[in-house]
Every structure is written in structure tokens, then in C-alpha cells.
Design a protein around this ligand. Structure first.
Ligand code: 3HC
Ligand code: NAI
Length: 696
């Protein structure tokens, strides 16, 4: 028997406990241990039935993701499952915590399932670019029907135990895990209950269900491999015999597990967990309890940011310069919630509860008792410093003073206070109540407690918090600048906005740089370019000529019915505009550039390789802690496709030597902005990749 699995007896019930912290993943040791434990139960004449449960905080959370891509070892999983399903003694799965992926598949090979009310079950393999490969695609449809199985398997949703019981996934829900499951097993034995095998349940579906499902979800699954394969497998459950279906599932699982998409999505899974780890801010750093938040500025960002806290049940006081601005800001918050209620996403009662958490004031003295204050006023250093100096005077000792600035120095803002250790950047992304990313910007003097609290409260309100350094644009926008900037150079070189946007959309981003610019508003960048004109490096070519001329026509994007594109009223579909094309061609002419054709591959490299090159500079400067943090920023803040793993993992997949060769070629042709990052050159010279920096 392995240490990972324990066998004991309670009367006539054999109790098999998996002890493989933290989540009882099905490692080789667990599989071997399970095999041996079931053999033991089978062989023991005193054992009438068995109960399988997880020790510690959870049932089995799935296959051991770290084993994928490694040479096989230990007992094959399907052999363990087959032995369980064919056991001549009844087996009950006793579920608490989460039964996920291979964990739920194990439970589905037991003859009955008992769960505590707080347990969750699901098949989340799709999020790892996989499909349930241990019978889940064949057994779940037999229990819940093909249509529900399609939803559960292609979304990877977690189902609470009571709902799982209604659906037929779980047979019994009760409070006491071990005692309840043992009692359930004893009752089943006493009643001479059959050894129920899900494989024996017939599985049928309406003709056309699967094609309808494929069509309905085409946009959602765009670029991903696994959801399509999940659908194929569930379809196979309705058209093939059980054994043939299992064979099909295994073949398609192999296709997924060896795919670049799954490698990328597995990288993202671990990256999402790494992001919370800060070497000099250990896990046990004390965090302040945030019971009340003050929001300065009820504009676009202030309103959205405040909603996050109200959604999490935390009271928020809004501060504005005038009552009129407060009313306007609160009106927008109210309308946002009302829209969600109207669409059925929120009950009226919940909306009322959330609205009741808001209060508002125009007097700074009223916010002094908040534990966290977030400033989101206009992007002007003098104004921000004035506000922070005042905050220093009114906020209670120990309060966290955060700025949502997108470009300004946190250290300079902190210098306006006598408590720079409590000052930090909390850079939310627009729309702030929707976007998952939060860049927490560490100032030179931000204390570990301030950092831990800002990261923690971000997670608490549903964000993915990433710690970044204090530099212009921080991480995400600094890199974005290279991406959007190169887009306009491509226009000068011969491309048109719609060609660039199509190539980027086809690569997997939700939209290209020009459609994005029109959505965000071109005036913002125009103002920044004008403000920074004096500091512009003289050895770099200016790429702003085309957007400047478009802005000079008053075309600021969707809000003015036109920018790079035209828009029909109430419709966000971009329509190419001949006048803009004229400007583009005129600028090429003035700069003596012979316009040429670009392939989609050229466009993708020109637009996205700046992310890699600037990302490498950011890493060398320590502005991001690790390459995978940059990947998380790009996936959650900018829509970079998860199935490509983020820009840094994508670069590793292409091969850094190949990326560097292209960057050198662009450097020779286009000059300084393409100078290869020294870190990139160093990694290539040493035969290493970005992933090699992770452990450091
Ligand atoms: N394999 C290996 N390691 C795993 C793991 C798994 N299946 N699940 C979690 N871990 C690790 C995490 O990486 C983390 O490690 P770290 O402490 O070194 O960073 C640790 O366990 C704790 O995980 P979390 O921080 O995520 O803990 P939470 O309590 O927040 O969440 C969880 C627990 C809900 C179980 C979450 O970890 C999770 O969703 N895990 C993945 C579940 C999953 O996708 N299962 C399917 C796997 S694929 C499969 O089963 C294929 C089969 O069909 C053949
Ligand atoms: P906005 O113009 O929509 O809102 C700013 C609000 O601050 C206005 O309502 C204004 O009345 C109020 N305000 C000004 N001075 C004030 C004072 N002294 N006291 C109280 N309120 C005051 O601006 P937006 O877009 O919300 O931006 C706010 C901040 O967020 C800026 O620093 C910006 O750089 C940053 N940011 C903006 C993003 C965006 O996409 N709009 C994204 C991320 C950060």
C-alpha cells in the first residue's frame, strides 16, 4: 500500500482515504495506492462495501497536471477505474471540497455518490485545453443527458452538490462526510442495492443537437481546440457503443494533451497560481481588514472600481467635487446594475442591497474612517499630489492610500504624504467592474503589509492581482504602447487598418489595435502624445502622424461616430473610411515610403513582437517579477488568447532564437524602436527561454 492511500475498516465497510495534499491529485502514487486498496477490500471477506474519500480539504481534484507531457509511470488510470467499476463489492464515493476532472471521473466509476452540501463537482479539463479523458465524456451524458453534459463539459463549470443531486450526478447529500457515507453504504448493503454501472445506461440525443451547439458557440470557442473535441466526444456517447466511445475519447484526449493549445493553457493554470507569490512579501504577511472603502472621483473608473467592492459586500463612500458630479456618477452605477437586473444577471433584491452599500459626499472630512481609499481623478500629477497631501491629513492611521493612475509615478504621488509606506498603485482596467486584471503598483517605500493588503483585497473582489513596478505605463500599457505604435507604422508602410485588425483578430485577440483605439477613444493618446512631445527621443521615428491627423478632423473613435473607421448609429461594426485611407496614403507619400503588401504573418510579427521585446526589458528591470506574470496581465487585461499562453510563453513556443532573428531584421530596417532587448539576446546566447527565468 502506498503512503498516499490509506485503507481502514468501519464494521463491514472498507474506508479508502486518499492522502496526497494539497488537493489529492491522481499522481502515480495515488493511482498505485488506489489499485492496491481496492484489491485489499475485494480480498477481505469481512468487507461488504467500500467508501472512497479524500483526506484533508478535498476529494480528488483531478489528474496530476504536472504529470502531463512526462513519461508514463505508475498504474494506468483507466485500469484503476475499470477495477473499481467491475468490483463485486459496492463502492460509494464520499465527496467534500471538490471532485474535479479525473476526481469526478473516479466518483463516476463508483456505484453510488454521497456528498456534503458544500461540495462542488465538475469536469474543468477544458480550461486546461483538455477533455475529460477517463470516461467523463461518456458517463456524464448517460447521467444528465447530452445537452446538459455539453454545457458542463465545454464550460468546465463547478456544480454545487444539491444541484448535482437534482441532476443525478450525486445520489445522496448529507452533512457528516465519513459517518454519512458509511451509513449510506450500510443502507445500500442492507437493501441489497445493485452494483450500478453508469456505462449500462443508454444515451441518446436529438439529431442535430451537436451541429446546433457547434454553430451557437462558434464565437465563444474560436481558436480553442478542446471545446470542439469535447463536443465530438459527447456526440460519440450518443452514436457509439460505450467501449467505442471510450476509445474515441482516449484518441481525442491524446490529441489535446499533446497540442500546443493545452501546453499553453496548462502554463496559464500554474501562472495564475504563481502570480500571488511575492518573494519578499511572504504568505503570512499580515493584511489589513478592509471594512470600508473611499473612492475619490466618480467618473468612468471610479464608478466601476466602486462597484467591485459593493459586489463583494464592502461599503463604499464616493467623493466628488460637486453634488452634480456625484449624482451623475451614482446614476451611472445605478443604470449599470439595472441593466444587469433587466438581463436577468442579478435579482432586484441583490441590486438594492448593493446600492445600499453606497454613500456619498463632497467633503473630504467624511472619508477619514475608511480602511482603503482609491483615487481616480484626472490624470494630472499636481492634482493627485494635492489630493494625497490632503488624504495624509484626514485618513486614519494605517489606512491604505491607493491611486488608480495609469501612467504617473507612485513614488512622486507618495512623496506628497508623510506615510509613503501606506501608498500604492491599484491600476484597474476599463470597464473596471468587468475586467479581471488589477496591476498593483509597488512604490519604492510601499510596505509589505500595504502590498499584501492591496493584492489580497483585489483577489477578494474577484480580480487577478499582479504586482508590478513603478515605471511609465507600468507593465501592460508600457508593452501596449509598442504594439499600437507599431500598428501605425505598418499603416505608413502599406497596410490598411482593416488588414491589420483582421490579422490580429485571426491570431486570437478580440479585436485589432485600430478597432480598439476607436473603442477606447483616440483623443486620450493624442493628448498624451502632445504632452510628451518635448521628451520624445530624437533618435526614434515618430509614429503618431496618422492618428494625429485623424484626431485633427475631430474623429476620436466610436464616441464621435468615427475614428479609424466609420460606425452606423447603434452599431459597433467598423466600416473602412476612404478619407482615413487618403490620410494614410498621403503620410506614406510625405515620408517617401513605397507602400507594400504584408502577409498576415508579417502583420502579427510586427504588431506582437514588440510585446516580447518590451516584456524582456521589463523583466530585466525587475518591473515584473516573472515572465508568467506578464502572460497573466496580457490574457486578463488585453484579451491575449489563453490558448497561446500569453506573449512570453508564446515567444518560448516560437523559439526565442527565431523571435530574435526577426527583431534584428526589423531593427536593421526600422531603427531604434526595434533594438533587441539585452535580456532576449542573453537568453538566446545561452540557449535558454523565458520559462528558465521562472524559478529565479
Ligand atoms: N494537479 C497538480 N497540482 C494541482 C492540481 C492538479 N490537478 N490542482 C491543484 N494543484 C496545485 C496547485 O498548483 C497549487 O500548487 P502550489 O501551492 O504549488 O501553487 C495547489 O495545488 C493548491 O491549488 P490552488 O491554489 O488552486 O488551491 P485552491 O484551494 O484555490 O483550489 C482547486 C483548489 C479548486 C482544486 C484548484 O486547484 C483547481 O481547480 N485545480 C485543478 C482542477 C482540474 O483542472 N482538474 C482536472 C485535471 S485534468 C484531469 O483530471 C484529466 C482527466 O480527465 C484524465
Ligand atoms: P474621468 O474623467 O471619467 O473621471 C474623473 C473624475 O474625477 C471626474 O468625475 C471628476 O469630477 C473627478 N474629480 C476631479 N478632481 C477631483 C477631486 N479633487 N476630488 C474628487 N473628484 C475629483 O476619468 P477616468 O477615465 O475615470 O480616469 C480616472 C483615473 O483613472 C485617471 O488617473 C486615469 O489615468 C486612470 N485610468 C483610466 C482608465 C480608463 O480607461 N479611463 C484605465 C485605468 C486608469
Amino acid at each position: 500500500m502506498s503512503d498516499a492511500v490509506d485503507f481502514t475498516k468501519q464494521g463491514a465497510i472498507g474506508v479508502i482515504t486518499v492522502n496526497s495534499p494539497p488537493v489529492n491529485a491522481l499522481s502515480a502514487a495515488v493511482r498505485d495506492g488506489l489499485g492496491a486498496a481496492f484489491d485489499k477490500g475485494q480480498a477481505d471477506p469481512d468487507v461488504k462495501a467500500m467508501v472512497l474519500l479524500g483526506g484533508g480539504r478535498t476529494f480528488i481534484a483531478g489528474a496530476d497536471i504536472r504529470e502531463f507531457g512526462q513519461p508514463p509511470k505508475g498504474k494506468p488510470f483507466h485500469e484503476v477505474l475499470l477495477a473499481m467499476e467491475n468490483s463485486t463489492k459496492l463502492i460509494v464515493a464520499a465527496i467534500h471540497g471538490t471532485a474535479l476532472g479525473g476526481g469526478l471521473e473516479t466518483a463516476l466509476c463508483c456505484h453510488y455518490r454521497f456528498a456534503v452540501p458544500a461540495a462542488l463537482v465538475g469536469l474543468p479539463e477544458v480550461k486546461l485545453g483538455l477533455l475529460p479523458g477517463a470516461g467523463g465524456t461518456q458517463r456524464l451524458p448517460r447521467l444528465v443527458g447530452a445537452e446538459k453534459a455539453l454545457d458542463l463539459i465545454t464550460s468546465g463549470a463547478f456544480v454545487p452538490a444539491p444541484q448535482a443531486k437534482e441532476m443525478g450526478i450525486v445520489d445522496e447529500v448529507g452533512d457528516d462526510l465519513l459517518a454519512g457515507a458509511v451509513a449510506f453504504a450500510e443502507t445500500l448493503v442492507a437493501e441489497n442495492a445493485p452494483l450500478r454501472k453508469i456505462r449500462d445506461i443508454p444515451c441518446e440525443a436529438d439529431a442535430g443537437l451537436f451541429d446546433t451547439y457547434r454553430k451557437a458557440n462558434a464565437r465563444k470557442f474560436r481558436g480553442f481546440l478542446a471545446p470542439w473535441k469535447c463536443i465530438d466526444c459527447v456526440e460519440a456517447a450518443t452514436t457509439l457503443s460505450f467501449d467505442e466511445g471510450i476509445a474515441r475519447e482516449r484518441a481525442l484526449f491524446m490529441e489535446c494533451v499533446t497540442s500546443p493549445e493545452s501546453a499553453a493553457q496548462r502554463h496559464v493554470f500554474f501562472a495564475e497560481r504563481e502570480v500571488a507569490k511575492i518573494p519578499d512579501v511572504p504568505k503570512d504577511t499580515p493584511m489589513k481588514d478592509i471594512k470600508k472603502v473611499a473612492m475619490i472621483g466618480a467618473g468612468t473608473m471610479g464608478g466601476g472600481i466602486a462597484m467591485n467592492f459593493a459586489n463583494a459586500g464592502i461599503p463604499v463612500i464616493m467623493l466628488e467635487v460637486t453634488q452634480e458630479n456625484l449624482d451623475k456618477g451614482m446614476g451611472i452605477i445605478q443604470r449599470n446594475y439595472q441593466n444587469t437586473v433587466n438581463k436577468g444577471g442579478l435579482s432586484q433584491a441583490k441590486m438594492d442591497q448593493r446600492m445600499a452599500l453606497f454613500s456619498s459626499t463632497t467633503d473630504l472630512a467624511d472619508i477619514g474612517d475608511a480602511d482603503l481609499v482609491i483615487e481616480a481623478v484626472f490624470e494630472k500629477m499636481e492634482l493627485k499630489k494635492e489630493i494625497f497631501a490632503k488624504l495624509d491629513g484626514v485618513m486614519k492611521p494605517g489606512a491604505i492610500l491607493a491611486s488608480n493612475t495609469s501612467t504617473l509615478s507612485i513614488d512622486e504621488i507618495a512623496s506628497a504624504t508623510k506615510r509613503p509606506e501606506s501608498v500604492i498603485g491599484m491600476h484597474f482596467f476599463s470597464p473596471a467592474n468587468v475586467m479581471r486584471l488589477l496591476e498593483v503598483v509597488r512604490g519604492a517605500k510601499s510596505s509589505p503589509e500595504t502590498i499584501a493588503t492591496a493584492m489580497g483585497i483585489g483577489r477578494k473582489v474577484g480580480k487577478i492581482s499582479v504586482l508590478v513596478g513603478n515605471c511609465f505605463g507600468f507593465v501592460g500599457n508600457r508593452m501596449l504602447h509598442g504594439y499600437t505604435g507599431e500598428g501605425t507604422f505598418l499603416l505608413e508602410n502599406g497596410a490598411l487598418p482593416q488588414q491589420v485588425d483582421k490579422a490580429i483578430f485571426d491570431f486570437g485577440l478580440p479585436m485589432g489595435p485600430f478597432a480598439m483605439g476607436d473603442m477606447a477613444g483616440l483623443d486620450v493618446g493624442w493628448l498624451v502624445r502632445k504632452a510628451r512631445a518635448a521628451d520624445r527621443p530624437t533618435n526614434e521615428e515618430y509614429g503618431g502622424t496618422i492618428p494625429d491627423r485623424i484626431c485633427e478632423l475631430g474623429r476620436f473613435g466610436q464616441k464621435t461616430a468615427g475614428g479609424y473607421y466609420d460606425y452606423k448609429e447603434g452599431d459597433r461594426t467598423p466600416i473602412p473610411n476612404p478619407e482615413v485611407q487618403g490620410i494614410i496614403e498621403q503620410v506614406s507619400k510625405e515620408k517617401n515610403i513605397a507602400r507594400r503588401e504584408f502577409s498576415e504573418e508579417d502583420i502579427v510579427k510586427r504588431c506582437l513582437y514588440p510585446l516580447i521585446n518590451i516584456g524582456a526589458q521589463i523583466l530585466a528591470e525587475g518591473m515584473a517579477m516573472r515572465p508568467s506574470d506578464i502572460d497573466i496581465i496580457y490574457i486578463n487585461g488585453y484579451g491575449f488568447p489563453a490558448y497561446r499562453g500569453g506573449p512570453m510563453a508564446w515567444a518560448d513556443a516560437i523559439g526565442l532564437e527565431n523571435v530574435l532573428a526577426d527583431i534584428k531584421r526589423f531593427h536593421a530596417e526600422f531603427g531604434e524602436r526595434w533594438r533587441p532587448a539585452p535580456l532576449l539576446e542573453k537568453l538566446v546566447a545561452e540557449g535558454k527561454n523565458f520559462a528558465s527565468l521562472q524559478a529565479a
